[in-house]
Ligand binder design. Structure first.
Ligand code: COA
Length: 169
């Protein structure tokens, strides 16, 4: 029997921020193995392709020396089905502020309805990351603001490249 405790950490990660990484590191204290599941979410009109998002996350994982514990996959369909396929016992989500609660509550209860064996575990990031989101990072980067404290170096580089390219078009 596989005794490893596996959790999935799903999200859009467009792009990953230090807030997501903070949650990931906390999750590693609780689980043996975490699979970051990047959702294909056309409704969100993403800036980065799935391959780009995966590459940025993999770079960040290496920088944190988490390669042996964390892997990255992309998925579509229901997260509970994907989690079951991976043998996960829990789904990790970050809870930043009260404003996250309603959506998260709804999602946790629906996911429980869909698969009662999977638990949703909420972790809170460091206070300096509680107001972070991928959208706010993209907005600040677009206007030339300094984002280096909030994203891994590879993400910052790609954001700058992306916005320089759109300016040139
Ligand atoms: N630090 C920084 N930002 C964070 C964060 C943290 N710790 N936690 C969440 N966020 C931000 C994200 O950057 C994102 O910001 P954005 O909207 O500006 O891009 C926002 O919070 C929410 O994003 P995320 O955590 O990626 O969740 P999501 O709402 O994009 O993803 C899924 C939700 C993908 C997990 C969910 O839709 C899903 O499971 N989909 C699959 C289909 C399914 O199973 N549906 C039924 C679910 S009940």
């Amino acid at each position: 029997m596989n005794q490893q405790r596996t959790a999935v950490y799903p999200g859009t990660f467009d792009p990953i921020t230090n807030g997501h990484l903070d949650i990931l590191v906390r999750g590693c204290d609780l689980f043996d193995r975490i699979v970051i599941c990047i959702a294909e979410n056309p409704a969100k009109d993403e800036m980065f392709s799935l391959a780009e998002r995966k590459a940025m996350i993999e770079e960040a994982i290496s920088e944190h020396n988490l390669n042996s514990r964390v892997t990255v996959e992309t998925f579509n369909g229901l997260i509970v089905d994907y989690a079951e396929k991976l043998g996960a016992i829990a789904l990790i989500r970050g809870l930043r502020a009260v404003s996250d609660f309603e959506f998260e509550f709804q999602m946790a209860l629906m996911n429980r309805h869909l698969n009662n064996r999977l638990h949703t575990v909420y972790l809170m990031p460091k206070d300096e990351y509680t107001y972070l989101s991928s959208s706010i990072i993209k907005n600040v980067a677009n206007h030339g603001g300094d984002i280096h404290r909030f994203v891994p170096a590879g993400v910052k580089r790609r954001l700058v490249e992306k916005f320089l390219k759109t300016e040139g078009e």
